[in-house]
Design a protein around this ligand. Structure first.
Ligand SMILES: [Mg+2]
Length: 188
């Protein structure tokens, strides 16, 4: 078996994930908009890799994450860079949101594989230590962040038609969005 330098890089970043001192950030937040911006700045977070489906907009385009767009604007004003990584295969949705939020995007990003996370960090000119991943799914967003040595915050998944494996794995992969009063309809 041959090992490429990329392979060693991967092992190195895994080792870093094991030994890295954890940041003083919560691992979970109910909503994107409830993540405390000040604490991100205090921990020297300079970039955010953002999931799209069921984090910002439900994958059936019914609901918007309440307050998320304003939160993103405020974060940008504080100098935080953004990058969207979406596993979604319907490219037009990603293009729409990339333009609407004025954030570059990669889709399909094939999370949790490290490639697109690394690309996003290179494009932002940031190290893993400076980047936070925000998403609703543990097996893609949280796992992917961990593999490349970034911090992550998992948010509750916006209501959407669940796939069979989401039903099966349930709370292991996602935090259910229970506060149905606190949802914004998506009107394009
Ligand atoms: Mg998602």
């Amino acid at each position: 078996m041959t090992m490429t330098s990329g392979g060693f890089g991967f092992v190195k970043s895994l080792q870093k994930s094991f030994h890295r001192k954890p940041l003083n950030l919560p691992q979970r937040a109910y909503k994107v908009a409830s993540i405390d911006l000040i604490s991100l700045l205090e921990q020297d977070i300079r970039g955010i890799i953002l999931d799209l489906d069921n984090t910002i907009v439900s994958e059936d385009d019914r609901y918007l994450a309440p307050g998320a767009e304003t939160w993103i604007e405020n974060a940008k004003r504080q100098g935080i860079q953004f990058f969207i990584l979406s596993n979604g295969k319907r490219r037009h949705r990603v293009v729409y949101w990339s333009e609407r939020l004025d954030i570059p995007a990669i889709s399909p990003a094939r999370k949790p594989f490290p490639k697109s996370f690394r690309k996003a960090m290179t494009r932002m000119g940031l190290k893993p230590r400076q980047v936070l991943v925000i998403g609703d799914s543990r097996h893609t967003d949280v796992l992917g962040a961990w593999l490349v040595g970034c911090a992550s915050i998992q948010v509750a998944t916006l209501p959407h038609p669940f796939r069979w494996w989401e039903r099966l794995l349930g709370k292991w992969v996602q935090i259910p969005y229970v506060d149905r009063q606190d949802l914004w309809d998506f009107i394009e």
